[in-house]
Design a binder for this molecule. Structure first.
Ligand SMILES: Cc1cc2nc3c(=O)[nH]c(=O)nc-3n(C[C@H](O)[C@H](O)[C@H](O)COP(=O)(O)OP(=O)(O)OC[C@H]3O[C@@H](n4cnc5c(N)ncnc54)[C@H](O)[C@@H]3O)c2cc1C
Length: 479
């Protein structure tokens, strides 16, 4: 046993340091069952233990990759056989729920869904929600500045965090567990760590901002015949529902078709015909039992009367609401294509259709049957784009033929790079972003130049050098 492992065991106990063989028993990622790799995985229970671990790793020059729920989609959590994984899986406590100041203080390994449940039980609401809610952690959400389904109303994770506790690479505990909305006392240090993908420090605790509960919920699935209708509906619905508008999620036809295809195991029922140009899930949440329903119905009726919406179905029960949302959340069905390239971009809403048409037409020159799935948080300028160059390689029933997510062959890697250029290059000209919410990690670092100037990257490097001069935290990620 090495000196490093002995010292780690002395901090957390032998049972909480897993060797490389035990680590390999774990799946690498939420979506990838291949074995996780690391020198060791260490599981602290407190901030003090995280601090001691980082002091030891720092003194050995040992690289550390922090893990939350391993649902990240930029390979930011990817580790090599040389890395120690610092997993927050034992730091899941909800330490305090303060109803007067509307805050919740949690350890960073707390699962997002547990935060939702605790907030609801206390008659309040937490404003971040996303499909991986049952597995992703608050620390992971903070480190990726996660977005999700209600950004148009509550903002990104950045807006949900009032205070933060972070352990720096040398073990220093930086505690800024502020609970107030207003606090202009110098630099807001927590913002430095939000969205830094584990490269500047390890998030150990956070004070989250809670909102008043919104007990009324009205959901509709609507259909469009062209993109003009989409933008008209968004403008109209935003005005009519005002602050109650909670989600406006778009699904272009290819995605809706896949997600509701009865021939695909795990698909959902199609509440509307499958041949429309695009669909949107519109959801309003509020607190007025008397007027919210009427406001929602009226907004939809006007949209239909004005010709903005061609067809619509309104959820009449929680199970109908879940059924509508399942169409949006069936994202894992796209993973049955081999190969598959996943993007998360942002760009001006009025440019989205022209952009998608351009990407499709370039890709068709090499792959005539290519499918470009597009869906996502349109109102936040954010599209998820998934490219399947060879749609014939699709697994309809994973029980008959298991879905194996594996690294790409040399040919597929070359295709991926080609798709990256096709997707990313036009974004620079449109003032868009190569990553709306998933981050840069390893997957996009070579393309950071499309969204950040050399001066911006230089300042990022300066911050990294100041806070982690040995580059032990998540090395090689982002830049
Ligand atoms: C089905 C599905 C749907 C998704 N939908 C969305 C969506 O709508 N919006 C969105 O933004 N993302 C989405 N994601 C991506 C992912 O869920 C988020 O990025 C999430 O915030 C990651 O949390 P995690 O705990 O799994 O972090 P991990 O995957 O474990 O880590 C992600 C990154 O954060 C770092 N990290 C983790 N914990 C800490 C910590 N305590 N301190 C420092 N660094 C840390 C890691 O090193 C890594 O770089 C989705 C993923 C899936 C699988």
């Amino acid at each position: 046993m090495t000196d490093l492992i002995r010292q780690l065991e002395a901090i957390v106990g032998a049972g909480n340091v897993l060797g490389s063989d035990a680590v390999a028993q774990r799946a690498r990622h939420f979506w990838d069952p291949s074995p996780m790799t690391a020198l060791a995985l260490v599981r602290p229970a407190t901030t003090e233990e995280v601090s001691s671990i980082l002091k030891v790793c720092s003194s050995h020059g040992q690289t550390v990759v922090t893990h939350g729920g391993v649902t990240g989609l930029a390979d930011g959590e990817k580790s090599s056989t040389d890395d120690v994984i610092l997993s927050l899986e034992r730091m899941t406590a909800i330490e305090q729920l303060d109803p007067v100041n509307r805050t919740m203080t949690v350890q960073a390994g707390c699962i997002l869904q547990s935060v939702h449940e605790a907030a609801t039980e206390a008659g309040m609401f937490y404003g971040l929600d996303l499909g991986a809610r049952g597995s992703c952690t608050i620390g992971g959400n903070i480190s990726t500045n996660a977005g999700g389904l209600s950004v148009l109303r509550y903002g990104m994770t950045r807006e949900q965090v009032l205070g933060l506790e972070v352990v720096l690479a040398d073990g220093t505990v930086l505690s800024s567990l502020n609970k107030m909305l207003k606090n202009n006392t110098g630099y807001d240090l927590k913002q430095l760590f939000i969205g830094s993908e584990g490269t500047l420090g390890v998030v150990t605790r956070a004070v989250l901002r809670l909102r008043p509960d919104t007990p009324t919920c009205h959901t509709a699935l609507v259909a469009f015949e062209n993109f003009e209708q989409v933008t008209q509906t968004l403008a109209h619905i935003s005005k009519s529902l005002s602050a109650n508008l909670n989600a406006f999620e778009i699904l272009w036809n290819d995605y809706y078709h896949l997600s509701t295809n009865p021939g695909v195991k795990g698909s959902s029922r199609a509440p509307l015909a499958t041949d429309y140009f695009a669909y949107a899930i519109i959801e309003a949440r509020g607190a007025n039992q008397q007027t919210d329903e009427q406001q929602f119905m009226q907004a939809l009726e006007v949209a239909i009367d004005k010709g903005f919406i061609t067809d619509a179905v309104i959820a009449k029960s929680e199970s109908e609401r879940s059924e509508i949302w399942s169409i949006r959340e069936n994202v894992d069905l796209t993973l049955r294509h081999r190969p598959l390239f996943i993007y998360d971009i942002s760009l001006p809403i009025d440019q989205m259709q022209t952009y998608l048409d351009g990407v499709r037409s370039v890709l068709r020159q090499d792959w005539p049957d290519v499918i470009v799935y597009a869906y996502g948080h349109l109102a936040d300028n954010n599209l998820h784009v998934t490219i399947a160059p060879q749609p014939e390689n699709f697994i309809a029933d994973p029980q008959e033929q298991p879905v194996k997510i594996q690294s790409y062959s040399d040919t597929e890697t070359a295709w991926y790079e080609q798709c990256n250029r096709t997707v990313f290059e036009p974004l620079a000209k449109l003032g868009g972003s190569i990553s709306a919410e998933h981050g840069i990690g390893l997957l996009k670092k070579q393309y950071l130049k499309y969204s950040r100037t050399p001066e911006e990257v230089k300042v990022m490097r300066l911050l990294k050098q100041s806070l982690d001069p040995q580059h032990i935290l998540n090395p090689g990620k982002i830049f």
